[in-house]
Design a protein around this ligand. Structure first.
Ligand SMILES: O=P(O)(O)O[C@@H]1C[C@H](O)[C@@H](CO)O1
Ligand code: GUN
Length: 293
């Protein structure tokens, strides 16, 4: 029934990688961070770093996209033990969806309880501006509609249940915390919230695709995050996610704008400092006395 079942991403494969990592470092992270395109600076905030190139980690895929360094960094952020993916994997790189989400299961097996994900996204909401940071409230999983979901295949109950709930995917307490922290930091003008839609990429949207997403209630569109969120929730981790609006999706045939990856990376650089301060302040406030883990 599942011919490619668990090829390279079984519980045992994930456990072997987790054990290998645990043998190389004394850091025992409870918070895992995933850096979006151009946001790798988040990993550089970690103190007393122990970093591994993805190519040296057993079973890990390799980063192939500019703006994704390909390092797994352990360390402390304001005294809290963290692990950070400086570079993530995307469907358009050609990896099976189960492979791009394998690091999230490894997070779980090394003791991570809360996952913070960031991404670069195109603004669909017409009130959004380039440089806005959107707290993700909900998602639209377009590849999932076509059956490309990371949980397809035999379910291993050691990770989670066959049919996980997703109506509570994004932790509401953490969303509120981000809003509060954002206000304290004076980010009120550019801190938004909304719905993120994942598409397969790597091509950006046509005008009619962007218009369709707008009609569907999408606020920002990208090419990542959702598979990772599904896997994190499946194995019971708390999830918080942010989109940096790096460009406006083109919704008008007369527009001279053209989405491109250089603009995405440039916006990432411009907002890096604020994004890092928001995430690091949240990290100091996250408590692990919840019963998710
Ligand atoms: O990893 P993220 O989702 O931040 O990367 C986005 C989507 C594409 O990989 C790339 C397009 O510029 O940025
Ligand atoms: N699909 C998609 N992904 C992005 N990542 C950054 N900007 C965009 C965009 O406009 N569309």
């Amino acid at each position: 029934m599942f011919p490619e079942a668990n090829k390279g991403w079984s519980y045992e494969d994930c456990k072997a990688t987790a054990d290998w990592l645990m043998a190389q470092t004394d850091v025992r992270p409870t918070i895992g961070i995933v850096c979006g395109s151009g946001m790798g600076g988040l990993a550089d905030m970690l103190k007393d770093q122990i970093a591994f190139n993805y190519k040296d980690i057993p079973n890990f895929p390799q980063s192939t996209v500019h703006g994704h360094a390909g390092r797994l960094v352990f360390g402390t952020l304001k005294g809290r033990p963290c692990v950070c993916m400086q570079g993530r994997f995307h469907l358009y790189e050609g990896y099976p969806i189960q492979k791009i989400t394998l690091p999230i299961r490894i997070f779980k097996l090394i003791g991570v309880e809360t996952v913070i994900l960031t991404n670069a996204a195109g603004g669909i909401n017409q009130d959004f501006k380039v440089g806005d940071i959107m707290i993700i409230r909900d998602h639209l999983n377009m590849p999932g509609f076509a059956g490309n979901n990371p949980l397809v295949g035999p379910n291993d109950e050691r990770f989670g249940v066959r049919f996980p709930c997703m109506s509570d995917a994004y932790d509401r307490e953490l969303q509120q915390m981000a809003m509060d922290v954002g206000q304290e930091l004076g980010y009120g003008d550019f801190l938004k919230e909304g719905v993120y839609c994942v598409l397969g990429g790597p091509s950006f949207e046509t005008v009619v695709e962007a218009r369709m997403l707008h009609k569907l209630g999408v606020d920002a569109v990208g090419m990542s995050t959702v598979p990772e969120v599904i896997v994190a929730r499946h194995c019971g981790m708390r999830v918080f996610a942010l989109s940096l609006i790096t460009n406006q999706a083109v919704m008008d045939y007369d527009s001279e704008e053209k989405a491109n990856h250089d603009e995405v990376l440039e916006t990432g650089k411009q907002r890096a400092e604020q994004l890092e301060r928001l995430v690091s302040t949240m990290v100091t406030k996250i408590e692990h006395n919840n019963n998710y883990a």
